[in-house]
Design a protein around this ligand. Structure first.
Ligand code: ATP
Ligand code: ZN
Length: 291
């Protein structure tokens, strides 16, 4: 597509050549597949907005962005939003900026709260494809900052058998994590309490009421980078994606771990998905393939 420089000159924008080099260097098989990918980002705050910008600059096909909040001056200690965005909804301000950066990306903006009953249904419906039953999205990225919203994403993704990634930054702003959640195959958000998962990292992702959490653009930018790197690896099949990756800035510690689903999970749908996964792994074809 064409872009007009500040000087008035109109030039062909070709942001892809450096990305295509990934292919020439043997890192990614067919980088162009990125254009066919749809990613939903829930929460376009400190982590989600940066993740959205990264995916936009990587040339993702379509982004669905969700948030109920407006941009405030208090958000200026994070990346992405600018003072002139104040008063706009985060989703609309983000859509405008992202489309300026890369007009080839289709951005769908959903200004809503996903946790109330109506929001839950609308969120789920927005992910559905033309058949009205299965998801049209390749990956959901959770960039919210509260337990309730994560539980909602967990439930919708279990219902749609949708792979998703969770991210979090601790209340003291110096640690964070990302987690890959594949219904039935890896732990769901309710299988393991987050505080247990985080042993080894000083992790307190769950905001307490009335506490003014600290926040650093560095930690949020790093977590967004880790999240989008994992998303690219997952969608374009290169490298390995850890089930859990922590980041502790005080000790420069990046622990990884496998988190298996729990047969005692409180969510019955998770237990159902685990049984389906078990059956998939034990078909004659699957057993033969592993032999
Ligand atoms: P602060 O830490 O000052 O509260 P914040 O709310 O912007 O800032 P971030 O961690 O930067 O927090 O971003 C989380 C984002 O997720 C916010 O933009 C918030 O509006 C959004 N979010 C949280 N819960 C929901 C929800 N239920 N539905 C839609 N968006 C949500
Ligand atoms: Zn579970």
């Amino acid at each position: 597509s064409k872009i007009e420089k500040m000087s008035g000159e109109v030039v062909d924008s070709n942001p892809y050549s450096r990305l295509m080099a990934l292919q020439r260097m043997g890192i990614v098989k067919d980088y162009e597949r990125i254009r066919d990918k749809t990613v939903a980002i829930v929460g376009v705050g400190g982590v989600g907005s940066v993740a959205a910008e990264m995916l936009t600059r990587c040339g993702v096909g379509r982004l669905l962005i969700y948030d109920y909040d407006k941009v405030e001056l208090a958000n200026m200690n994070r990346l992405f939003f600018r003072p002139e965005h104040c008063g706009l909804t985060k989703t609309d301000a983000a859509k405008k900026t992202l489309q300026e950066i890369n007009p080839d990306v289709e951005v769908e903006s959903y200004t809503m709260n996903i946790t109330n009953l109506q929001g839950f249904e609308a969120f789920k419906a927005s992910l559905l494809g033309p058949d009205g039953a299965s998801s049209r999205v390749d990956l959901v990225l959770s960039c919210v900052d509260n337990y309730e919203a994560r539980i909602t994403i967990n439930q919708v993704c279990l219902e749609l058998e949708q792979t998703w990634m969770e991210s979090g930054v601790s209340e003291d702003a110096v640690s964070g994590h990302i987690q890959l959640l594949v219904p039935g195959e890896s732990a769901c958000f309710q299988c393991v309490p987050p505080l247990v998962v985080a042993s080894g990292v000083d992790e307190r992702t769950l905001k307490r009421e009335g506490v003014c959490a600290a926040s650093l653009p560095t930690t949020m930018g790093i977590v967004a980078g880790l999240l989008v790197q994992a998303a690219l690896k997952h969608m374009l099949d290169f490298g390995t994606v850890s089930k859990y990756l922590g980041y502790s800035s005080l000790k420069d510690f990046f622990p990884t771990m496998e988190i298996k689903p729990s047969t005692a999970c409180v969510n019955p749908l998770c237990r159902e998905r685990q049984a389906e996964a078990e059956a998939r792994h034990n078909t004659p074809e699957a057993l033969a393939a592993r032999a």
